[in-house]
Design a protein around this ligand. Sequence first.
Ligand code: V47
Length: 385
Amino acid sequence: MTSEVLNTQLSDVGTADLVLRDPALERIADIVLSGGRLDLADGLVLYRTRDVPGVMRLADLVRRKKVGSKAYFVHSLRLSQTNVCYVGCTFCGFQRKLGEEGVWDYDLEQVWEYVDRFWHPDLTEIHISSGHHPKRGWDYYLDLVSGLTERYPGAQVKAWTAAEIHHFTKITRPRLDYREVLKQLKAAGLVALPGGGAEIFADRVRKRIARAKVSAEGWLEVHRTAHELGLPTNATMLYGHVETLEERLDHMLRLRQQQDETGGFLSFIPLAFQPDNNQLAAELGTRHTTGVDDLRNLAVARLMLDNFPHIKGYWIMITPELTQVALSAGISDIDGTIKDEKIAHASGAVTEKGMTEEELVKLVRTAGRLPVRRDALYNELKVYA
Ligand code: V47
């Protein structure tokens, strides 16, 4: 592709720095820059080319077209009210069975005490993700959302993965469906759903790593229903274990298809497998994703998921330093302060459990981007000009 053609098609962002060394990428750049769609075969080219910087540059161009120089973060708190879980996903080092050593299981008073401990005037999002508890009743979850909403009015409650929503349908008597569970949570104050529990949609992988969890179809149905009810959601993909590149792309294409239909996804977050203290790590040997795979994967996501507003680099799992580089590989969001991450750290994450707002602003600034503090729904709260 000549720079002349590129300049005509993307005059708004400029393409002077789009140097592509692999001719196969030029055909893909043509499609992307003319507003076309990439298919699975194109995705494989992106995953297999040695010109990783070229893939990153192309993704960066798309990122720039969507958000300019802005990079978003949120002042958030992770809350995992329990680690009790009966599902037994093999990649998970966080889960404990009832009565096992290392279990925690907060009642409501303990939840308030926990949030009080981390509360800050700028706290805008409480992101809850936990385990499938075999004993807790439905009212507890409704009281948890309404209690948080009343006690911390400045903080939006973004809670429970589709897998947990699926679990809630099983504990309600009479049994409620996804729609009714979500309606009641929304009425209690819920504003959005996090994207966890998606893992990899392909059956072959799901059977091996998340056999007893909500199916791929169930996960997508929960999110479709949430979108229909006006609850935006995120989507994740757990990569770097036994999945193939085709299976990663299949995962993204299923999300893209659903986003075409509902438009309710805000952000896509690739989750790099944390390979310690879990059964899958024992089977595979401790094997971290490489920085190149992390960056390439984020760039591929930006290019394949053309209808997603944001691709998030999750600094907890890929490190703050690599997240800075990823700000030039297609990402527009770096999550947030988090404060007390537990799930990734239970499987050996080497990062801190949280960062301050000042550290996040510095991270973004020194990567050459404009820091923007947002809320859970991507409303802009402060631009750090
Ligand atoms: O659902 C568990 C994953 C998820 C491991 O929506 C693991 O904004 C890697 O959902 N290695 C929880 N991943 C985290 C999550 C999330 C994170 C950041 C942002 C958002 C968002 C959501 O973590 C779980 C599971 O898919 N997970 N164990 C592991 N060993």
